[in-house]
Design a binder for this molecule. Structure first.
Ligand code: 5CA
Ligand code: ZN
Length: 477
């Protein structure tokens, strides 16, 4: 589609690297003529497909997939006061059908609470109907005023996975919140992306929620990216949408709800955390091509080498690998470069000498070489893939650990926030948080931190000295 244009900028210059890799590895084309809207290249879309297949697999265990309309009538959208306040500056409105003005303006969903809950009101009758656990993967629209960025801050979010659940009690909904956090953790584990879970401060919770738990990933430049949120909605929406159920004693009760969402930011994190100076590095689980076969053609034995490459491809495919053979008449070096840029986890080279010796040369995207015996091909390849995934996970975790620093003074926090997340003691009051945020230009991400790297030890507030608990702060995307 586009030819390689020289080397990537080094990853240390993260923002240039990020912009370049998106088109060099054929993930997104940013040239679409509307701000905040971008186009998926087929290769990027294949990554998305593999990534969302994992998300769907995890959700499908106890959720059902659904699909609701994208247009929301104004009167439904305007029902929940907090929700409106949170979104009114971000909504796109459809006001006309052709040349005539619509009687009822229609909102392009920025998220789907107000599309889904009027229907839930009709569906929820008795306690026997509960719980309801549905999700959809859709596009949503937000008129973002902060700097837009492909995969990170979009005006059309193309890959918004939103789950919406209904429960009898507040406690049932709380249990669902915890299950959802576990699900997101499992998802990011499969992407080998380390995440930190925390409880957002009250002023930063989802509009209309009782509380919000968020998962954050740390990007190479030390800024955090919120890559998923889980909200306990309490009975806030069921009050406004009159969603009641009859309990076993025949009493009408308000339902309790949760919702949780993930967008293509998961792919931004995946790209940024694993990639290197040569391009993408993809965990096999999400790599559109997991193995590329590069035949080393020698004129005299060309037929034989081709036949062997075909056989190799057949065997690997039969074992379930996503395989491609590169027959183009390019130098092997140019092919290596091409597939390294696209993050293919494993390259297999097959030349005359390999055929004679009954082997293939396997080289991982991180440069580890193994001579694989032809007669134990599948078992050895599986082992290489597994160890490669383990290696990626370890590397990412090590880096994340390096990017988290305990800070005991504002000065230390300022230093730590230059390279990642600082863990401070914070009393929980908004005033102290504001002081921290303005003094060192960070956001207070949250408390009740769930991370293997951070202990929840009580201490004294970094600002006021009152009893405090750990909070994480960082510069954010
Ligand atoms: N209804 C709830 C849960 S589905 C909701 O909308 N929550 S949210 O506003 O927090 O969005 C869910 C996730 O989508 C966020 O955690 C963030 O990772 C991602 N997200 C939000 N806005 C954008 C945006 N403009 N571009 C890309 N991703 C976004
Ligand atoms: Zn304080």
């Amino acid at each position: 589609m586009q030819e390689e244009k020289g080397a990537l900028p080094p990853k240390e210059t993260f923002s240039e690297w990020y912009n370049d890799i998106l088109w060099q590895a054929e993930i997104m084309d940013v040239r679409y003529p509307v701000k905040g809207l971008y186009v998926w290249y087929p290769h990027g879309f294949a990554m998305r497909k593999a990534t969302y297949a994992i998300l769907r697999e995890l959700l499908d265990k106890d959720h059902e997939e659904t699909l609701f309309p994208m247009l929301i009538p104004e009167h439904e959208f305007m029902k929940e006061a907090e929700h409106i306040k949170g979104f009114e500056e971000e909504v796109y409105w459809v006001t006309h059908g052709g040349t005539s003005e619509l009687d009822v303006p229609l909102a392009l969903r920025p998220t789907s609470e107000t599309a889904i809950y009027p229907m839930y009101k009709l569906w929820v009758r008795s306690h026997a109907d509960l719980p309801i656990k549905l999700y959809q993967v859709v596009n949503t629209f937000r008129y973002e005023t902060k700097h837009t960025r492909p995969l990170i801050r979009l005006r059309e979010i193309t890959s918004f996975k939103e789950a919406h659940t209904v429960h009898a009690t507040w406690e049932d909904a709380q249990a669902q919140v915890n299950d959802a956090v576990d699900l997101y953790r499992a998802f990011y584990e499969r992407l080998c992306v380390p995440v930190i879970v925390s409880r957002r401060p009250d002023w930063d919770k989802f509009p209309g929620a009782d509380y919000t738990l968020a998962t954050d990933a740390i990007m190479p430049d030390g800024k955090t990216l919120q890559v998923g949120t889980v909200h306990h909605l309490g009975d806030n929406f069921s009050r406004t949408f009159e969603m009641t159920y009859e309990d076993p004693e025949g009493e009408q009760r308000l339902a309790h709800q949760t919702c949780y969402g993930i967008s293509e930011r998961c792919i931004a994190a995946l790209i940024s955390i694993h990639g290197d100076d040569k391009g993408l590095v993809l965990p096999p689980a999400v790599a559109p091509v997991q193995i590329v076969i590069v035949p080393i053609i020698m004129k005299k034995r060309e037929e034989e080498i081709r036949a062997e490459a075909e056989k190799l491809e057949r065997e690997l495919k039969a074992a379930g690998f996503r395989v491609k053979t590169d027959y183009r008449s390019l130098r092997p070096g140019a092919k290596y470069y091409h597939w390294e840029m696209r993050g293919v986890p494993l390259r297999m080279e097959i030349g005359p000498r390999d055929i004679d010796n009954g082997v293939v040369m396997a080289v991982t995207r991180l440069g580890e070489k193994t001579q694989v015996a032809r007669d134990s091909l599948i078992a050895e390849t599986e082992a290489i893939m597994e160890s490669f995934t383990g290696h990626l996970k370890e590397r990412a975790e090590h880096k994340a650990q390096e990017q988290i620093t305990l800070a005991f003074t504002l000065e230390e926090a300022r230093e730590a926030a230059k390279t990642g997340v600082a863990v401070i003691q914070w009393c929980g009051c908004e005033e102290c948080a504001t002081t921290v945020e303005t003094e060192i230009d960070v956001s207070v991400l949250g408390t009740d931190v769930q991370s293997t790297y951070i202990d929840n030890i009580e201490g004294r507030c970094i600002i006021c000295g009152k009893p405090a608990r750990p909070a994480i702060i960082a510069r954010t995307y």
